[in-house]
Write a protein that binds this ligand. Structure first.
Ligand code: F6P
Length: 743
């Protein structure tokens, strides 16, 4: 802005200087000009007088009539400019001088020539012009002398100079005025933007509550609406400060009356029975931790597999229960799956087939015909449940993940007008890799039943386009990021998933120092022990063995860390029925024991492996107690653990060591980015992290927190809803136009 202001001000300044220089140059010039004009004027007047009185004067001389001569001369001298008139004879005598003839004037000051002449004399400090005009009478020559006071010229040129100065000053003042107004206008605009920017920063620093900053959200959404209504589908989600309230408003304004249905395998609340007592558990699932705050904000029904031991006991006759427990804001509809079905659909096709197929972790995918049939059956069951739960013909259905690749098309068959937003939470491999899947065409066609298909990164979208191009008949429009197939169009876009901000698990957390103290005490560690943590499901894609090897390498290369450093790995058991998972657990336990045996002693165990599920509050306490968090996934769609660690650190401290093979690495570039396959690189990063100065830690963490706060999960959902609204509008327009053509 200042740069934009500088150029016009420069021009105005130059203009002002030019005017002043002009003024200085014009002043003497104008004086000279006026002097010349005035003298010519005086000469012309004198000449006129001479011509007018020449004959009477000649006659008076001839008659020797002195009194006539005097009266002629006195008459002429009445002119205000003419000072005196007289006659100089041939002998140089002054005859008939009028009353005001200066006493000092003598005829020898008059040039005696054949023609008229003019001279200037000074009398009493006044300039006087003397005009001499020859008069001839009977061979006698005389000169009519007319004296004109020139002091009026000085007055006149003084006035002219003053006029020029005043005029130029006027112009200069006008120019300065224009410049001042210009600067004021620009400054006001600039101050306005500055104020708005400060407001933005301020409001960003104070996360809004459900009731907070309503009117600003209203305004933002009104603006978005008008943009959409104008057909400009260029809503910039950056314009909105994303919060539950903003998401609710957006939904109500953009998609009024729309009902929201979520479909996922994992349920957000699992009821189990322990010692005859029913307890609720929230699962270790990135999908759940991202989606739950969204549906809490929007309301609706979440359809998921009822996997808990006490799930059937807690639902009503429609297999539903209001959640969150104690403060219900949406309905959880549970779907029952037999063990056999679970083995085929979940463990088999989803987790032994698609999971390793989509993650580059070098575990061979297994595809079995029987698993595929169960996969189809369960997808049908969920699609039926959607149709049952839908109260309107066009609900918004949020289908989650690789468990439901077939469901979008099945839902479309049941509810053709539904807006189906499918999100694929894991990576999408390249076409060559995907071609391994025996049912690749069916999976792609199933997904293309969606209105919108989302991935974490553009890279995964591109892989999907490439796969579609290779295996199904379709028209791909990369400019609009869409695929048309079987008369239906699907938008394929990147929506990087995130977490709620501020996270619920942060509420009630003790201060950082207290967390550090409590965690070290509970683990039996010295108060000054440096702590690194890793927290996830016990999954081979997470690189748990690789980070343990990095810890081992660090302790070998830098033995000074022994007894001063501990690594805590929290690993929630998952999919343990599968050998790839149970083998990993066994291997990890063995590796931890080996490392502890080599570097530890009775009291000191450099690796603490805690194999159990931790609730979010415990996880956040660990994050807050840690110096370093290690996320070393071999391949990961996003990885929300990295974002949760950042969100937990409201002290702006702590270092994140993050695998370059996570989607999160594209956003959290201030982390120490590592290749988890490179043990030395990872152990060196750990060493750097443990020694990093506080100022650098804080600078990195502040930037990452800003990123996670702004790109939170409400933005993730909001961006999809914005696109869904635009797509519904396009659908409406197409329907109207088709109806018109049909008439
Ligand atoms: O990222 C894929 C995902 O569906 C996430 O929700 C979560 O990290 C994990 O897989 C959940 O696995 P599961 O539901 O099989 O325990």
């Amino acid at each position: 802005m200042l740069l934009r202001m500088a150029r016009p001000i420069q021009y105005l300044g130059i203009g002002f200087v030019v005017i002043v220089i002009l003024g200085l140059a014009i002043a003497p010039f104008s004086k000279r000009l006026i002097e010349q004009w005035s003298r010519s004027d005086v000469e012309a007047r004198s000449r006129l007088v001479y011509n007018a009185i020449q004959n009477p004067v000649v006659r008076a001389i001839a008659d020797g009539d002195a009194s006539r001569m005097s009266s002629i001369f006195e008459g002429v001298a009445l002119d205000e400019r003419i000072l005196a008139v007289g006659l100089c004879d041939d002998g140089g005598r002054l005859l008939y001088p009028t009353r005001l003839m200066p006493a000092t004037f003598t005829c020898d000051k008059v040039a005696r020539s054949e023609a008229e002449s003019f001279a200037t004399i000074i009398n009493d400090g006044r300039r006087i012009m003397v005009g001499a005009f020859p008069i001839v009478e009977r061979n006698q020559k005389a000169y009519l002398v007319i004296l004109t006071d020139l002091s009026f010229i000085d007055a006149r040129s003084g006035e002219a100079q003053a006029f020029v100065v005043i005029a130029l000053a006027g112009v200069a003042i006008a120019v300065a005025g224009v410049a001042a107004i210009f600067v004021i206008v620009l400054l006001r605009g600039w101050m306005g933007s500055l104020r708005r920017a400060i407001e933005d920063v301020r409001s960003g620093a104070l996360p809004s509550t459900a009731s907070g900053n309503k009117s600003s959200i209203d305004g933002q959404i009104k603006k978005l609406l008008s943009e959409i209504e104008l057909g400009r589908e260029t809503i910039r989600s950056e314009q909105i400060e994303w919060s539950p309230a903003a998401l609710q408003k957006l939904l109500h304004k953009l998609l009024p009356g729309a009902e929201v249905l979520v479909v996922s395998n994992r349920e957000p609340y699992i009821h189990n029975c322990n010692d005859g007592k029913i307890s609720v558990q929230t699962p270790a699932s990135g999908l759940v931790s991202a989606l739950e705050p969204v549906i809490r904000a929007c309301g609706g029904t979440w359809i998921a597999h009822g996997s808990g031991g006490a799930d059937r006991e807690t639902v009503d006759r429609d297999d539903k229960i209001g959640v969150p427990p104690g403060d219900p804001s949406y309905a959880l509809r549970r779907i029952w799956i037999t063990e056999e079905e679970q083995d085929g659909y979940y463990y088999g096709l989803a987790n032994e087939g698609l999971w390793p197929l989509c993650h580059i972790a070098f575990v061979r995918p297994q595809f079995r015909e029987a698993d595929w049939r169960f996969y189809e059956t369960i997808n049908e069951r969920f699609a039926d449940a959607v149709a049952q739960e839908a109260k309107t013909e066009n609900p918004i259905v949020l289908v989650q993940d690789y468990h439901f690749a077939l469901a979008p098309r099945m839902i479309r068959q049941r509810l053709p007008k539904a807006t189906i937003i499918t999100f694929w939470h894991i990576p999408w491999p390249n076409a060559e890799t995907f071609s391994i899947c025996p049912w690749k065409e069916r999976i792609i066609e199933g997904l293309l039943g969606s209105t919108i298909l989302g991935f974490h990164t553009q890279f995964h979208c591109n892989n999907f386009f490439e796969t579609v191009d290779r295996f199904v008949e379709s028209r791909i429009d990369r400019e609009h990021a869409s695929v048309a197939s079987g008369g239906h169009e699907t938008l394929v876009r990147a929506y990087p998933i995130s977490i709620e901000w501020p996270p619920k698990a942060l509420v009630g957390q003790p201060p950082i120092d207290e967390c550090r103290r409590q965690v070290r005490q509970s683990l039996g560690l010295a108060a000054d022990t440096r702590l690194a943590v890793g927290i996830e499901r016990f999954d081979y894609t997470k690189g748990i063995l690789d980070r343990m090897r990095a810890v081992d390498d660090l302790l070998i290369r830098v033995p000074a860390w022994r007894r001063r450093f501990t690594f805590v790995q929290v690993a929630a058991p998952t999919r343990s029925k599968l050998s790839s998972y149970s083998n990993l657990q066994n291997e990890a336990v063995a590796l931890a024991e080996d490392i502890n045996a080599r570097h530890g002693d009775g009291a000191y165990q450099p690796i603490r492996l805690l194999v159990r599920h931790h609730e979010a509050e415990e996880v956040f306490k660990l994050f807050r107690a840690a110096d370093v968090c290690i996320v070393s996934s071999l391949h990961d769609g996003m990885n929300l653990v990295a974002k949760e660690f950042v969100a937990a650190r409201d002290d702006d401290d702590g270092v994140l060591v993050l695998s370059s093979f996570t989607g999160a690495a594209r956003e959290l570039s201030e982390a120490l980015i590592v290749n988890p396959y490179n043990t030395l690189e990872m152990s060196s990063a750990l060493d750097v992290a443990l020694q990093m100065p506080a100022s650098e830690r804080q600078e990195r963490m502040r930037l990452m927190r800003l990123q996670v706060r702004e790109r939170n999960v409400y933005r993730w959902a909001g961006r999809m809803l914005i696109d869904a609204a635009a797509s519904r509008q396009r659908r409406r327009i197409l329907d109207i136009s088709e109806a018109n053509h049909a008439r």
